[in-house]
Design a protein around this ligand. Structure first.
Ligand code: F6P
Length: 559
């Protein structure tokens, strides 16, 4: 047997597999399926009427976050059965295995240790007998020294000018987290240093990011776990040319480029001094890497102290996930509810709706986190799954989105479970804004849950011929996540919450949430097609559509 798939090597690696029972054949799954038939017709209105305490009872606290999950289509029995399923699938054992560094990423034979990135010194986490926590802190310290130099102006560019703009060149996990966090923490940012991001290979992205900049005042962070990602490397080479052309010497690169990567060889080959490289490790997945050196742009923007506060928030949620009873455990509750809708109701998508301008990039970040992690078609043993896995994640900030797609949420034929995220204290202190913002969050959740009935509309005097159009059926589920204020610490807790939601669901589905083989094929084909387009490789045999499109593209592109 290929031992990469021998998940039984680690006690905690799988609970269900050891018992040999497939997910949908397990007693816990069957119990949920039977229970589903008895509750699927229940309305949230009826559930609230029958249980006056529900709005207070179906809540939980952790890591500074408050979760109200009462507006979900569940009874207390549903929650009990979901927790039994999570337990039977070995969630606790597998969680503990992750935290102690077991190789739970079975297809890549790696530990999954983003949690080590926020471990305090003194906690030992061993990878191949080596404690990685001191390494994590050494890199954090190196980042802090560098970030402070950029912030206080003692790190200067080639001509001696101080750095005014930092551009992070990276894509996917080497971009979405830092961009989201920089946006979220903008009120804490140093106003003298702008941070920008270039991810897309479309040359317009680089042009737009640099058009108004002086190379003498610009620092590039080339951020790539592998340092081989084609888009990032092409953008990085363009940046180097732009820098050299602007400053007149190859020697300028040393003062204007640093790297974040696991790949020292490729960083050196690119021409970046390994002394200006901030490392992380193959046991940190790209989409889980915000707390690593990948967060360097965030640290430069908000400073090392705020960055460490964000890590403390991650740790708050890690501790909650490790210690709270499953029944009170935020990631477990949200993750299990996601399974309930995905697998029993057949609801395919899940919306993320932050009522905070600062979190406008959170949906994009969570799209990668959740879909790259749990969009899997085989289980840990490589067998095709016979049930649905990862939901389609999407969203936009609340209020803005109310004026675009909420119509479908309220009256469309598809039901979309929604996470609404809000903060009780505004960071903007503009009168009249905050209460209205939060009133909207609460009103939307109320409207989604309870709708507006024919009787109510009639009572309100709606013209009878219009009533069918105006009716909102309600019964549309929401989670509401509240925190006091959007600080570095709450941001860390929120991100860790969703990391562990993904983990919970991956364990229940019995899949590897930490690989991403599906993205490889497109990369390989793109490499081949670009070589053909540029005459560097003989034309390959494609399907007739791809062949015709290449021909059309070349004709329309011209010389
Ligand atoms: O193409 C997907 C992916 O491999 C992601 O998993 C990753 O976050 C991204 O590309 C960028 O990879 P790298 O950091 O190695 O450039």
């Amino acid at each position: 047997m290929d031992n990469r798939f021998d998940t039984s090597r680690d006690e905690g690696a799988t609970g269900a597999k050891r018992s040999g029972v497939a997910l949908t054949d397990s007693a816990e799954w069957r119990a949920l399926a039977g229970h589903f038939r008895s509750v699927e017709g229940l309305t949230l209105r009826a559930l609230f009427d029958a249980d006056p305490d529900r709005g207070k009872a179906l809540t939980a606290e952790g890591g500074g976050l408050h979760l109200d999950y009462s507006k979900n289509r569940v009874t207390r029995e549903t929650m009990r059965l979901l927790m039994e399923l999570a337990r039977a699938r070995g969630l606790e054992g597998r969680r503990d295995a992750m935290f102690r560094g077991a190789r739970i990423n079975v297809t890549e034979d790696r530990p999954v240790l983003h949690v080590a990135l926020r471990s305090p010194l003194g906690v030992e986490i061993l990878v191949d007998g080596h404690d990685v926590v001191p390494d994590v802190h050494a890199v954090l310290e190196k980042m802090a020294v560098f970030a402070d130099k950029v912030r206080d102006g003692s790190w200067t560019g080639y001509t001696g000018k101080r750095i005014r703009t930092v551009i992070n060149i990276g894509i996917g996990g080497s971009y979405l987290g830092p961009e989201m966090a920089c946006q979220a923490l903008r009120p804490f940012a140093d106003p003298n240093i702008a941070v920008r991001f270039v991810a897309n290979i479309d040359g317009e992205a680089f042009r737009a990011a640099t058009a108004d900049l002086d190379p003498a005042e610009t620092l590039f962070i080339v951020c790539s776990k592998t340092f081989t990602t084609q888009e990032t490397m092409v953008n990085a080479r363009t940046a180097r040319q732009w820098c050299i052309a602007g400053l007149g010497s190859d020697a300028a690169v040393a003062a204007h480029f640093v790297a974040v990567s696991t790949n020292t060889t490729e960083v050196a080959r690119f021409g970046i001094d390994p002394g200006h490289m901030f490392v992380f490790w193959d046991w940190v997945g790209g989409r889980y890497s915000l707390g690593s050196a990948v967060g360097l742009s965030v640290m430069i923007s908000v400073g090392p102290a705020r960055f460490r506060e964000m890590l403390a928030g991650f740790r708050d949620m890690d501790e909650h996930f490790q210690t709270a009873a499953l029944e009170q455990n935020l990631p477990v509750l949200i993750g299990s509810l996601g399974v309930w809708y995905n697998n029993f109701f057949g609801m395919e998508t899940q919306a993320i709706l932050p009522y905070a301008h600062g979190l406008s990039r959170l949906p994009a970040y969570l799209e990668q986190l959740q879909m790259e992690s749990n969009g899997k078609h085989v289980d840990l043993a490589g067998r095709p799954v016979t049930y649905q896995t990862g939901a389609i994640i999407w969203g936009e900030p609340g209020v803005d989105a109310q004026h675009s797609f909420y119509q479908l949420l309220h009256q469309g034929t598809k039901v979309v479970p929604c996470d609404l995220i809000g903060f009780c204290r505004s960071r903007a202190s503009l009168s009249g804004h905050q209460d209205l913002l939060m009133a909207n969050l609460l009103a939307q959740a109320e409207a989604l849950a309870f709708g507006r009935s024919v009787a109510k509309l009639a009572e309100e005097g709606a013209p009878s011929d219009q009533i069918p159009y105006r009716v909102c059926e309600g019964n549309r589920p929401t989670n509401i996540i509240l925190a006091e204020s959007l600080t570095p610490r709450t941001l860390g807790a929120l991100v860790a919450l969703y990391e562990h939601v993904v983990f919970t669901q991956g364990v229940i589905w019995g899949i590897d949430s930490f690989d991403q083989w599906g993205v490889e094929l497109g990369k390989v084909l793109a490499r081949r097609i670009v070589a053909e387009m540029q005459g560097a490789a003989p034309e390959a045999v494609h399907d007739s559509s791809t062949t015709a499109l290449i021909e059309r593209y070349l004709a329309m592109r011209g010389g």
